[in-house]
Ligand binder design. Structure first.
Ligand code: HBI
Ligand code: FE
Length: 284
């Protein structure tokens, strides 16, 4: 059964992936043989460039886990990573043709299956690709799935997403995903570091998010985060900072139902707004 592709963000641009090869749950097989030498070379060059940027900017847990991705000079086989990942945290990677609708996405996360887009950007998109490709998903998201506490947070996020979807609060919960799993910062003893996949897989935003005086950085507060709209095609104006994955996991223990009501009553905030209750995190 062919599934309907999903359109991401504000534009009605047709998605990149071939959704005709996806099952009803939107997963497909990673057609590793279909990758060209140019595809593998693009992965190798992206990997080498990003690895050189990590020291002093990426969080320790990410740097420790990166070698677990295995192949550095070609696109890894998801099954090779799964052999290690399942043992570490019970997660497994599943291939998808690209972005998928909220409900199947949350369904996969809730069952510890992480959807990894299986196509890679063209050489012309080396510096920026609009939709997440296999490099964004593998390099950005997968290493921290080897961290037990973070892996539990992502699973709990998925379970919460299913409830949010049924409450019509998917957009509010997607802000939490955006400002933690995609663009989150963490305060380490030796300074501010990135843990969000969107930052860790970006050649420009990694240094910007951790060192630029331009964006604001505020301590993660669930209510504040869920009120805050985000931008999908520019560096973030606001980064939310946690002090540990344990605190992030603990914060998401309560039922979010009442929180959604409060968010709705207080109204949304634009991505670059500052409010009096913000706990600002300063650089250095
Ligand atoms: N689909 N494949 C894929 N990857 C994502 O990260 C993703 C998605 N669909 C929706 C989505 N993310 C976000 O809107 C979530 O917050 C729901
Ligand atoms: Fe992502």
């Amino acid at each position: 059964m062919a599934v309907e592709p999903v359109v991401y963000g504000v534009s009605q641009r047709p998605p990149r992936g071939d959704y005709t090869r996806a099952d009803a749950d939107y997963t497909c097989a990673q057609n590793w043989a279909a990758y060209t030498e140019a595809d593998h070379d693009t992965y190798r060059r992206l990997y080498e460039r990003q690895m050189a940027l990590l020291p002093g900017l990426a969080c320790d847990a990410f740097i420790e886990a990166i070698p677990l991705l295995g192949a550095r000079d070609r696109i890894p086989r998801f099954e090779d990573i799964n052999a290690r990942l399942k043992l570490a945290t019970g997660w497994e990677l599943v291939a998808v043709p690209g972005l998928i609708p909220e409900r199947p996405f949350f369904d996969l996360l809730a069952s510890r299956r992480f959807p990894v887009t299986d196509w890679i950007r063209t050489p012309a998109e080396f510096d920026y690709v609009v939709e997440p490709d296999v490099f964004h998903d593998l390099f950005g998201h997968v290493p921290l799935l080897f961290n037990p506490v973070f892996a539990d947070y992502v699973q709990r996020y998925g379970a919460g997403g299913l409830k949010a979807h049924d409450l019509g609060a998917g957009e509010l919960l997607s802000r939490l995903y955006w400002y933690t799993i995609e663009f989150g910062l963490i305060q380490q003893a030796d300074g501010l570091r990135a843990y969000g996949a969107g930052i860790l897989s970006s050649s420009g935003e990694l240094r910007h998010s951790v060192t630029s005086p331009q964006p604001q950085r505020i301590a993660l507060d669930l209510l504040r985060c869920m009120r805050t709209r985000y931008k999908i095609d520019d560096y973030q104006a606001t980064y939310f900072v946690i002090d540990s994955f344990e605190r992030l996991f603990d914060m998401t223990a309560p039922d979010f139902g009442p929180l959604y009501e409060t968010v709705r009553s207080l109204g949304d905030l634009s991505a670059d707004t500052t409010i009096a209750s913000d706990s600002a995190i300063t650089l250095g």
